[in-house]
Design a protein around this ligand. Sequence first.
Ligand code: MN
Ligand code: MN
Length: 316
Amino acid sequence: MHHYNQPLGGNEMPRFGGPATMMRLPARPSAEGLDAAFIGVPLDIGTSNRPGTRLGPRQIRDESRMLRPYNMATRAAPFDSLQVADIGDVPINTFHLPKSIDIITAFYAEVLGHGCTPLTLGGEHTITLPILRAIAATHGPVGLIHIDAHADVNDQMFGEPIAHGTPFRRAQEEGLLAGNKVVQIGLRGTGYSAEDFDWCRQQGFRVVTAEQCWYTSLAPLMAEVREQMGDTPVYISFDIDGLDPSVAPGTGTVEMGGLTSAQGLEIVRGATGLNIVGGDLVEVSPPYDPSGNTALMGATLLYEMLCVLPGVQHRD
Ligand code: MN
Ligand code: MN
């Protein structure tokens, strides 16, 4: 008998059957008693281009059916030493973005109050601001590993201070981020001005453009990131559009020349040993993802985040 929750195995129930929870884990009504929880935030009312990420959490859960408990590359065995479950979705108000922001913060405050680490299925990138508000209220300002095609530091979008292109501008202004411990990886594409990424650099963020990642392993970069972060609490925010559209076409704001799936895995695996206090995978838009591979990549990256949480054991 296992002491910890286990994903429902493919030899107990066919993988296309049974409840569509994340990794076929048990569903729980709250984070009480959990070390880590998968949480869906089905919000896409802060998006600027193609919508559809409100359907992301369900599709990520569905595609996660193929994920098995053990990590064959890193030997991580997250279900040997952590109590993990899927606690469902945040009941956002889909007619009211500012109210939804406050609903999300309150939900995560409750989760964190149980000592539970949240791993979030988005939803678009607006959701990271209210999550970071709750995280910083619990842990103080956090280091940030942000993977994205976009810097998401616009001052406003269409006059609005909160939208999916502004979360890290607001987070920095509100003191939610630990000064010189922010790294942004995969930035690229076209800008409104040639200086679009310079605001980040002026804040002391480390900007690693997609071009700096081309044709190379990101393991050495992550060794530097581990050095940079030290034992500071760190949050991982992974926008699926950081990856190349050949890997992840199912998203709203596509940019060519992105990271490979292997580089995405290297980034998350490279966070091993850090004091990870939460993570999200955002911007999966199922209507643009006919194969389901974008959602599967998202599910896989969330599993890899689980594998690098503090307290995860590794098999010899
Ligand atoms: Mn983003
Ligand atoms: Mn993006």
